[in-house]
Design a protein around this ligand. Structure first.
Ligand SMILES: Nc1ncnc2c1ncn2[C@@H]1O[C@H](COP(=O)(O)OP(=O)(O)O)[C@@H](O)[C@H]1O
Ligand SMILES: [Mg+2]
Length: 331
């Protein structure tokens, strides 16, 4: 079952096309990521899917409802955590949740139960009666995620859920997001953090200037680059071993440098036992093995021609960064 289906969704602001005919679907219970730099069109996409913004053209269905024709039904079935924090700092955490629950027309008992349940999920139970202005950035984010869950949405939108948080806090937020999956909610999140998309998402759509340029599981995206590099420290007798490796269909390239043999192949981890069998037959001893998998950063670079950082820097800053890199390089 698909929770979200998007067909050729487009948003123009005047002459400018912010989202350019994107299509994808998200399975029920899936954690789906939109990965792209600032200005790629992530928030605009989320805003269209959550009915806050009318598409220029194309169609979308969320939780089974058309985003154009069934806006109220869509809204009842989704939760949103906005990119910009949207809490009342002068209210306590509990009061913020209370206010939100009332908007969804829950009665008092239901509100109390649901709020306590949500506070438990985001581990804010003991800080619930503290004024939000006294919360840390991470606590505010957790409260917002909790708020998005109050009315038991089928689909939760998280727009840059860890933007601006330090690495440690970010990792904790990831843990909460992973936990949400256990509740069966379908999650679509946007991010420009590679590690976030890589470590959290079941599938990732890379979005660049309003278009999806690649979409798959992080693993498959990385495999698309022609695979992994396996480096083997070998003993002296290895020419027979190398010859045998070169004969294998699944081996793309083999190189030898000093006592290191490096080969490239897809899904390297699955080939290691076979490599050992071949070595044993050729009477070559393998002393150590290193597996290098390309990162999502490599994938991003491959599909967009730039690193995400370079996308976000202006031309002037880019030159500056390049000069700094050169200076570092030349010592
Ligand atoms: N209301 C608007 N009017 C005009 N341009 C907009 C508006 N909202 C977004 N944009 C532009 O659309 C592009 C995509 O923006 P956005 O969806 O916010 O990107 P992201 O969330 O990926 O950073 C940007 O170039 C942005 O300046
Ligand atoms: Mg955005």
């Amino acid at each position: 079952m698909d929770s979200i289906v998007v067909e050729k969704l487009t948003k123009k602001f005047g002459d400018f096309t912010a989202v350019n005919g994107i299509s994808f679907s998200v399975r029920s219970g899936e954690l789906f990521g939109l990965l792209g730099p600032n200005g790629a069109g992530k928030t605009t996409t989320i805003n269209m899917l959550s009915t806050l913004l009318e598409p220029t053209s194309g169609r979308g269905k969320v939780a089974g409802f058309d985003i154009h024709e069934k806006r109220d039904d869509v809204r009842k079935n989704i939760g949103i955590v906005f990119q910009e924090p949207a809490l009342d700092g002068e209210l306590t955490g509990r009061e913020n949740l209370e206010f939100h629950a009332m908007m969804y027309g829950m009665d008092k008992k239901e509100r109390r139960n649901k709020i306590n349940e949500v506070l438990k999920i985001v581990e804010l139970g003991d800080r619930a009666d503290v004024v939000v202005n006294n919360y840390s950035g991470g606590m505010k984010r957790r409260l917002e995620i909790g708020r998005g869950l109050i009315h038991k949405p089928k689909v939760l939108f998280l727009d840059e859920p860890t933007l601006g948080l330090d690495a440690q806090t970010r990792r904790r937020i990831w843990e909460y997001i992973r936990k949400l999956r256990d509740f069966g909610v379908t999650i679509i999140l946007t991010t420009h953090y590679m590690e976030e998309a890589d470590s959290l998402c079941d599938r990732v759509a890379i979005i660049d200037r309003g278009k999806i340029v690649a979409l798959d599981t992080p693993e498959k995206l990385k495999d698309m680059l022609g695979g992994d590099a396996i480096s083997l420290e070998v003993g002296k007798r290895c020419s027979g071993f190398i010859k045998e490796l070169e004969k294998q269909k699944w081996v793309k390239t083999v190189k030898k440098h000093d006592s290191t043999v490096t080969l490239t192949t897809e899904t390297g981890e699955k080939k290691i036992p076979e490599i050992f069998r071949i070595a044993q037959k050729a009477k070559t001893e393998i002393e150590s093995v290193k597996l290098h998998k390309p990162s999502l950063e490599n994938v991003y670079l491959h599909f967009t021609g730039k690193t995400i950082r370079e996308h976000e820097l202006g031309q002037r800053d880019k030159n500056k960064a390049m000069m700094a890199r050169r200076r570092r390089f030349h010592g």
